[in-house]
Design a protein around this ligand. Structure first.
Ligand SMILES: [Zn+2]
Length: 343
């Protein structure tokens, strides 16, 4: 037994009394029975919100399965089997604040000025470019809601997409008071991930994020930034859970991962198999595209007869090289409504 296993501490839920395990890295734990979130010292987190799950696990499984079927059919995949699926609630700290940034600098602007000179037959318009240095002295003043994932350790599959989605929802204040009844599944059937970041640490990290974001905006607005100061007025911190459904499916001998937004039902990120049929199709598309480009180039820049053969030869060499690269990296991008990672 490792020392890590030994240092698990069992704390009773302050609301229902159920025993709940704290791992060494856990700062906040959610009771698997009543959904109360509390600290090691049995202090309940008062402002507990969630982004409402709109699908039960069974409904999500069906949605994921249908989505995979649809996306893989043209790749020649006959059937897929879901081998694992889990409804997870991911913890976030959300800071409500008013952030004010004053910045000074200047912006270089160019204008074209034209005027008419001469008279009669010699009348003409001349234009010249004039450079201005415009002083900038502005203020960004906004009320914001910023989320921070409450995890330090293992990185979740699709974490970037998940965080982006949560930011969108949180900015629009698309969250409600947490309710165990609105989980769409019994609380024992869902898995609450434990919080690993303290409220005070989250506050500092979010403040840094806001300062950086404001500075970037000030930089984009100026050619040279002299001074940029941010003042953040804290309006409140709340704790929020975001529902996702994580699933794994099997095709052939390989396992592929999918993550779905439990609120909108959108697939946030998925791995799809590269089948032989898919490779051939992708190669064909690459080849036809290159051929079309080459053909168009021939029309625009007509070659002398003696260089024609060279250009045909170089076309085939280039497409062969590109084709080989495509085979090796499997990095053929297909845009859909969601992001797909090829495996
Ligand atoms: Zn409880």
């Amino acid at each position: 037994m490792s020392s890590r296993t030994l240092s698990i501490e069992t704390v009773s839920c302050p609301s229902c009394g159920a025993p709940t395990d704290f791992n060494p890295e856990d700062v906040l734990v959610t009771c698997q029975f009543c959904g109360t979130t509390f600290t090691r010292g049995q202090q309940e987190i008062p402002d507990h919100k969630f982004i409402v799950p709109k699908y039960s696990l069974a409904e999500a499984e069906k949605k994921i399965h249908d989505w995979i079927r649809e996306k893989t059919r043209f790749r020649g995949v006959k059937s897929v089997t879901l081998i694992k699926s889990e409804k997870l609630l991911i913890p976030y700290w959300v800071m409500h604040s008013r952030a004010i940034t004053n910045y000074r600098g200047y912006r270089r602007e160019t204008h074209t000025e034209s005027k008419t000179v001469g008279t009669g037959k010699n009348k003409r318009t001349v234009s010249k470019t004039v450079v201005y240095y415009v002083p900038v002295n502005k203020t960004i003043d906004e009320e914001r809601h910023d989320p921070l994932i409450c995890r330090m350790g293992a990185v979740l599959f699709g974490h970037e997409e998940i965080n982006k989605r949560v930011r969108e929802l949180v900015m629009n204040q698309d969250f409600e008071d947490f309710s165990v009844e609105a989980l769409k599944d019994a609380p024992e059937k869902v898995r609450f991930l434990n919080g690993e970041i303290k409220q005070s640490e989250a506050k500092e990290l979010i403040e840094t994020y806001i300062q950086d974001e404001h500075r970037d905006r000030a930089r984009a607005d100026t050619t040279e930034l002299f001074d940029c100061r941010t003042k953040i007025e804290l309006k409140g911190m709340l704790f929020l859970h975001f529902p996702i459904v994580y699933a794994e499916y099997q095709y052939g001998r390989e396992t592929y991962r999918v993550v779905m937004d439990g609120n909108s039902g959108k697939i946030l990120l998925a791995e799809l198999p590269i089948t032989t049929r898919f490779r051939i199709m992708a190669e064909l598309v690459t080849f036809i595209t290159l051929f079309a480009i080459w053909g168009a180039a021939q029309l625009i820049i007509p070659d002398a007869p003696n260089t024609f053969n060279n250009s045909v030869l170089s076309f085939f060499v280039v497409s062969a090289i590109l084709g080989l690269i495509g085979f090796k990296t499997n990095s053929v991008a297909w845009s859909t409504e969601s992001r797909i990672r090829e495996k």
